[in-house]
Write a new protein. Structure first.
Length: 298
């Protein structure tokens, strides 16, 4: 039976584990949070009936494919932990939203251990299409992996480069726009609601951009920020690094890091059921926290 090792068993890791097992693939998992039985990773392992591996080398031993799905900042650390135990010629699928520089450092670690590093960038939310989600691949082993991808149930992979970094750059430069929209809509509508002009603001957006249901767009983007603000702020830290590595001052990217991290305080507001319901829930929570919005000047 084909064996896959997951490094990281959070939201993405759990979805991948479910799909791999449905495809008849044996799954092993390792996560630094396994030491805490209350952690999300430990809960996921228990609910999936997975026995947590005691170490990264133990998890990846004998695996034909190792998928790294940790927090963005742990990309290189995870690769280094895996490198000492990865089987020769095993694929290492680096799914982390990390900067081109960090991806290259991870690739060097895996290459030194004998594994075949494949840079991967997930270009959509993972939940709707799961293993069928679109992935951009990069690196000298990307084309070879693409030929084997369906054996692991990946059905939408595109090789963008034979060097490491292009897929990450695409993902993170896109994130500046996507996470930026989330942050802009959150900040704008919190202020607009306080002034009582929220409907005027939403209705006016169709005057400058192609027609869209901006109420629905705002609801989707703001909810993503409230639900996943911590993870998204960590990804934007990597976007800051990516923009800086390109020689551009990451002024906007740094601001998005701050707003996304701030939004993570209010995850419950995402369940309000409407755009203005979420905005009101956040404003209410701000008041309860003592961070009371000022009354608008007449």
């Amino acid at each position: 039976m084909t064996r896959v090792a997951l490094v990281g068993l959070g939201e993405v890791g759990r979805i991948l584990a479910e799909d791999f097992r449905s495809a008849g693939i044996h799954v092993a998992a390792w996560d630094t949070a396994f030491g805490d039985p209350r952690s999300r990773a430990s809960r996921n392992a228990a609910e999936l009936g997975l026995s947590p591996s005691v170490s990264a080398p133990t998890a990846v031993a004998g695996a034909a494919l190792v998928v790294s799905a940790v927090t963005a900042a742990q990309c290189v650390v995870a690769a280094e932990a895996v490198a000492v135990g990865i089987d020769p010629s095993a694929w290492f699928f680096d799914l982390n939203s990390s900067s081109p520089g960090h991806k290259n450092a991870a690739a060097q670690a895996i290459g030194a251990g004998g594994g075949r590093y494949v840079e991967a960038a997930l270009m959509s939310p993972i939940a709707p299409r799961r293993l069928g989600s679109p992935f951009l691949l990069g690196g000298p082993h990307a084309a070879a992996f693409a030929q084997d991808a369906e054996a692991f149930s990946f059905t939408d992979v595109t090789v963008v480069s034979d060097s490491v970094g292009r897929a990450a750059a695409t993902k993170l430069c896109r994130s500046v726009i996507v996470k930026g929209l989330e942050s802009l809509l959150t900040e704008s509508l919190l202020a607009a609601r306080t002034y009582g002009v929220e409907r005027d603001v939403l209705d006016s957006l169709s005057n400058i951009l192609p027609p869209a249901d901006w109420d629905a767009v705002a609801q989707y983007f703001i909810a993503r920020s409230l639900q996943h603000g911590r993870r998204r702020s960590e990804e934007m830290e990597e976007a800051v690094a990516a923009v800086a590595e390109a020689g551009v001052e990451p002024l906007m990217s740094r601001a998005i890091v701050t707003r996304q991290a701030w939004a993570a305080q209010f995850p419950g507001a995402a369940n309000a059921g409407s755009t203005l319901g979420m905005v009101d829930a956040v404003l209410h929570a701000m008041k309860e926290n003592g961070d009371v919005p000022k009354e608008p000047t007449p």
